[in-house]
Design a protein around this ligand. Structure first.
Ligand code: 13P
Length: 337
């Protein structure tokens, strides 16, 4: 019996390959309305629908973006929005050869019986939501759950994170969306890099165990891991070479070569740090496309430059292109600061 005889298998494999294409990565702009509000507040703007639309329009209409960006993850509101000229964002993206993606999880809530940890909601009704998003033009999805090192992590929290991701991935594939599998191991803590490596290996072992149990097609998924670094409050920072060595050790031990793309999150690293670390990982050939799916590390300078002023839009778009191009070069292992 074939592992999964779903009608979308060939398309999923093709979509994943297109997103994981040389010199390109993902622009993550799927902040929930509340989180987007925090970003807007940082430049003195109110969290209104027109302000969120204006910001996403600035990002998605950046001329030339598709050269460096193969996909962009949207929040549900954005998937149904249009430019002020009336062109749907989905059409804008298609013309730029940027695949529309959609965040499908429903956020984190406390996990009873754990060590103050959380679990990720969103499986109820997920199949019908994915089918709707596909109709609207989405071709990939994201589900972000978190694991906290200072809180343990408990065996319960890791199992719940892994199982939830696997159930989501299976449902997304069944509805034509390539699932981005994202167990974010938070940077918080004062632990050394060895501890991050140990936890990352534990988490990814369980994630792949349950992905296999759910008959997920590995050729039709993308991963969004955290880089393996010391905790943010650890006394020493690790160089890009050390981050690359530890992160690649984890990936080689845990991720089958059939997975097409590893799209890292930035997790609170600075823009340049995230680029340098990615570049270090691409200094020798890898079995997978090792790239980026950054939110903060692609948006920080854009927001600062924009300040909500129409006369700054062009400069803000240039700031986005500078970061996108730098990360594109880092994907190819050719970035120098
Ligand atoms: P950061 O790159 O800001 O960590 O965001 C990643 C993310 O999960 C958004 O999709």
């Amino acid at each position: 019996m074939p592992i999964r005889a779903g009608s979308y298998t060939d398309e999923l494999v093709q979509t994943a390959k297109t997103i994981a294409s040389p010199g390109r990565g993902i622009l993550a702009i799927d902040e929930s309305s509340a989180t987007c509000g925090k970003r807007l507040a940082s430049i003195g703007l109110d969290n209104t629908e027109p302000n969120r639309q204006a910001y996403r329009q600035l990002l998605l209409t950046t001329p030339g973006l598709g050269e460096y960006i193969s996909g962009s993850i949207l929040f549900e509101e954005t998937l149904y929005q249009s430019t002020t000229d009336g062109k749907s964002f989905v059409d804008v993206m298609r013309e730029a050869k940027i695949m529309p993606g959609i965040k499908v999880d429903k956020g984190l809530v406390p996990l009873p019986g754990s060590n103050n940890e959380s679990w990720c909601q969103g499986l109820d009704g997920l199949a019908s939501r994915c089918a709707e998003y596909y109709k609207q033009g989405a071709r990939f999805a994201k589900w972000r759950t978190v694991v906290s090192i200072p809180c343990g992590p408990s065996a319960l929290a890791v199992k719940e994170a892994a199982w939830g991701l696997a159930r989501y991935a299976s449902i997304a594939q069944d509805n034509g969306l390539v699932p981005i599998v994202e167990p974010e191991i938070l940077l918080d803590g004062d632990h050394p890099i060895e501890r991050s490596l140990e936890v990352a290996e534990q988490v990814w072992a369980e994630v792949f165990y349950y992905l296999a149990q759910n008959n997920v097609v590995f050729e039709g998924i993308l991963l969004k891991p955290s880089m393996v670094t010391p905790g943010a409050e650890h006394k020493n920072k690790a160089s890009p070479d050390v981050v690359a060595k530890n992160t690649l050790t984890m990936l080689r031990r845990r991720v089958p070569p059939s997975v097409p793309g590893i799209m890292f999150l930035s997790g609170g690293q600075s823009e340049v740090e995230a680029t340098l670390n990615l570049n270090a990982m691409n200094q020798s050939p890898n079995p997978w496309h090792v790239s980026f799916s950054y939110a903060r590390a692609l948006q920080n300078s854009v927001l600062k430059t924009w300040q909500g002023r129409p006369e700054n839009i062009e400069a803000a778009q240039k700031a986005l292109l500078i970061r996108a191009k730098a990360n594109s070069l880092a994907q190819l292992g050719r970035y120098s600061a």
